[in-house]
Design a protein around this ligand. Structure first.
Ligand code: ADP
Ligand code: ADP
Length: 218
């Protein structure tokens, strides 16, 4: 469960998030939709303790992120898949993350398989396509077997197979009872993936609605 309450965040004179309130419930995929610059990434960064709000709060499983004892086991996140650092191969990268977070080595092997990177686990990340980096970023997010997942535009740069793969993965994770928040600026990406939509514009809530309310009657 993610709770965002009256959250406001400014950068100088820019109000990136403006009194935003919504909850993200477990057991479904919640789409976080809004045009570029709407405040989606900023909201996620505050949830993840990477930015400090001016006012309001963001809680994960009832606590601020910086007060969670084992954050990676509680919350997994994919923010900027292009920016994977810390290891030269998927195996080295994920093993390093697992060690730093006291996560068992068995999880490293299992997430590499889960995201379909087993064949390139010992290949250099430097030569990876954006799609492969997305998979690696998702593997890192899943490493701690977290109850809550935040993914910022995970579909960017993926081919149709990759898009289908992410959709099936996220739907499966939600079906296991996890909380999944997925941002995108494209409604078309949400239609087949999200059960629920939180729509924002200029940092403000526009709609918080079940997906079925927005799909055409056929
Ligand atoms: P989205 O993820 O919906 O595209 P962002 O949260 O990235 O939106 O951006 C919201 C607004 O905040 C935009 O106007 C953006 O330019 C501004 N912004 C985001 N991060 C920074 C930053 N580090 N410094 C200054 N302005 C920022
Ligand atoms: P309290 O103990 O009353 O919550 P704090 O002394 O922790 O108050 O101060 C709140 C400060 O924590 C604010 O300046 C805010 O910017 C910062 N902060 C960082 N992350 C969060 C969050 N997720 N929710 C609320 N405040 C946060």
């Amino acid at each position: 469960m993610i709770e965002v309450r009256e959250l406001t965040k400014r950068f100088g004179r820019t109000v990136a998030v403006d009194g935003l309130t919504f909850h993200v419930k477990p057991g479904r995929v919640t789409g976080f939709l809004g045009p570029n610059g709407a405040g989606k990434s900023t909201t996620m960064r505050v949830v993840l303790g990477l930015d400090r709000p001016a006012s309001g709060e963001a809680l994960v499983s009832g606590r601020r992120y910086d007060r969670i004892r084992h954050p990676m086991r509680e919350v997994g996140a994919l923010l900027d898949a292009g920016a994977v650092q810390g290891g030269r191969t998927p195996l080295a990268h994920l093993s390093w993350m697992a060690r730093a977070n006291r996560i068992g080595r068995d999880r490293v092997v299992s997430v590499i398989e889960q995201v379909g990177l087993a064949g390139v686990a010992r290949k250099r990340i430097a030569g990876f396509s954006l799609g492969m980096r997305q998979r690696l970023g998702i593997a890192a997010a899943l490493l701690g077997d977290p109850a809550v997942l935040l993914l910022d535009e995970p579909v960017n740069g993926l081919d149709p197979d990759g898009v289908r793969w992410i959709r099936d993965l996220l739907r499966g994770l939600a079906a296991e009872g996890r909380t999944v928040l997925l941002s995108s600026h494209l409604m078309s990406e949400m239609e087949l993936t999200a059960d629920h939509l939180v729509i924002i514009g200029r940092g403000r809530l526009i709609a918080d609605t079940p997906m079925r309310e927005l799909t055409a009657v056929r």
